[in-house]
Structure formats: structure tokens, C-alpha cells
Design a protein around this ligand. Structure first.
Ligand SMILES: [Cu+2]
Length: 203
């Protein structure tokens, strides 16, 4: 949407890439292992061979895994950069974690508790901090998980591309009420957002 990068797709791509390679390796290694166990069983090969100094084999099994690991790093790094680089023109919302709820403060000082309302189509930057202990702002639909730390500002951003409601959950065990520390992300059409922003506290 709007030609803006969407880290959700990038993160998913990195995830699928790593899962894909892991599955391929799992099947390859398991089948080779089963094949070797049968082929080189003791009744057929009582004396095990001692293979050493095969430079070709050693080079191949060093270079291929190195390239695979580097490619995983690359795809993970680019998706991480997508999550960290906030596009210009983002709406900034302050997010405060506290035992046991989330407070959201909008550009016009409007405040909400446990409900984050944003307009569709504009990048949103969340400036996160904590009032007390460690919390973690987790918005799975947008692949966001960022720690809320007292005395420190962390941030996250996302592109609300579809109208709807999404789950927000604290993902850092922060005390007895931790599991109740949930909130709702509501993405609304831009006009509705402006109207909502002007309304008085509705809680
Ligand atoms: Cu918490």
C-alpha cells in the first residue's frame, strides 16, 4: 500500500525461508542417515573405513553450510531493518506499559487505556516505555515485539493496511496480572480516526 515497504511480508519471508531450509536439511540428513545405517550395517561391513584428509569433501561441507547460514543472516537482517527503519511521515503515538495495562497517548494528548486506534494507510510509530517493571508490547499481526523499559524509550512501527481489530498482549512476565495485560488495536478509515481523535475521552 502507498508503495511503502511492509515488514510483515519481509518477516514472513525470512521465517518461511529458514523453515524451508530446515525442512530440506532434515529430510536430506535423515534419508542419508537411514540409507547409511542400512548399507553399512555391521553384518555387511564389519570393519569401518577411516576417512581422513578428503579436502574436496571438507571444502564442500564447509562452504555450502556457510553460504546457507549467510543467506539466512541476510534475509533476517533485511527484514529486521524493515522493522527498525520508520518511513517518514509516520504518526507518533506514545505507549506506556504499567502493571497491568497499556496507555496510549496520541499527538493531540488524547489518552486511551487498552485500546489503540489508528487510521488505515499511514505508518504508525509507537514510542514505548514503562511506568514500572519490564513489559513487552506484542502485536503479532504486525510482527512487533518490543520491550517496554522504565527510563528508556524503545520504538516500533507498523503499516495498518487493513481495517479491523487485532490483539495486543504484554509478552514479558510482569507480575500477577500479566496475563490480563491485553489491549486491542483498532484500525479505522482515516476520516473516522480524525473524528474519533477529536472526541472527548470515551472511557
Ligand atoms: Cu506487562
Amino acid at each position: 500500500m502507498n508503495g511503502l515497504p511492509n515488514p510483515v511480508a519481509q518477516v514472513d519471508q525470512a521465517f518461511l525461508y529458514i523453515i524451508g531450509i530446515s525442512l530440506i536439511l532434515l529430510f536430506l540428513i535423515t534419508s542419508v542417515m537411514i540409507y547409511f545405517v542400512i548399507k553399512y550395517r555391521r553384518s555387511k561391513h564389519p570393519e569401518p573405513a577411516d576417512i581422513r584428509g578428503n579436502w574436496l569433501l571438507e571444502t564442500v561441507w564447509t562452504i555450502i553450510p556457510t553460504l546457507i547460514a549467510l543467506s539466512m543472516f541476510y534475509i533476517g537482517w533485511t527484514s529486521y531493518m524493515g522493522l527498525r527503519n520508520v518511513p517518514p511521515g509516520a504518526i507518533e503515538i506514545e505507549v506506556l506499559g504499567q502493571q497491568f495495562s497499556w496507555i496510549f497517548v496520541y499527538p493531540n494528548e488524547k489518552e486511551t487505556e487498552n485500546e489503540l486506534v489508528v487510521p488505515r494507510g499511514k505508518p504508525i510509530k509507537l514510542n514505548v516505555t514503562s511506568e514500572d517493571v519490564l513489559h513487552s508490547l506484542f502485536i503479532p499481526a504486525f510482527r512487533i515485539k518490543v520491550d517496554a523499559v522504565k527510563g528508556m524509550k524503545t520504538y516500533a512501527w507498523f503499516l495498518p493496511d487493513k481495517v479491523g481489530t487485532y490483539i495486543i498482549q504484554c509478552a514479558e512476565h510482569c507480575g500477577v496480572g500479566h496475563s490480563n495485560m491485553t489491549a486491542t488495536l483498532r484500525i479505522v478509515p482515516p476520516k473516522e480516526y480524525l473524528k474519533w481523535l477529536q472526541e472527548d475521552e470515551d472511557e
